[in-house]
Design a protein around this ligand. Structure first.
Ligand code: FES
Length: 110
């Protein structure tokens, strides 16, 4: 097991996360206010932009392959190096999800 330093840019928060645990689980343990919802890699609520470093997140099904290079779903992502993450930054596909939901809501109102 290897421990890596995860720094949340702009917040002054830093935690140590092993390569065997998810970033979100350590945030919850440490009282870091990381948003989340589904905890299964689908909703994107726990997204953070990867400013520096690498993660492994093969079960982050809510991200495209390209998005997974730039964003971490912290409920699924495990560090593979020291990291700098920008919490609350979401991949472009979240806009598609929101747009689809708005369209469905509008259709339901008709
Ligand atoms: S909490 Fe839903 S994708 Fe992480």
């Amino acid at each position: 097991m290897t421990e890596y330093t995860v720094e949340f840019v702009g917040t002054g928060e830093t935690i140590e996360v092993s390569d065997k645990e998810t970033i979100l689980s350590k945030c919850i343990e440490e009282g870091i206010a990381q948003e989340y919802s589904c905890r299964v890699g689908m909703c994107l609520a726990c997204s953070a932009e990867i400013v520096a470093g690498d993660v492994t997140q093969p079960a982050a099904r809510g991200l495209t392959d390209e998005e997974a290079e730039e964003y971490a779903l912290t409920c699924m992502a495990r560090p593979q190096s020291d990291l700098k993450l920008d919490r609350g930054k979401y991949p472009p596909s979240i806009e598609d999800e929101a747009g689809a939901m708005e369209s469905e809501a509008a259709a339901a109102d008709d």
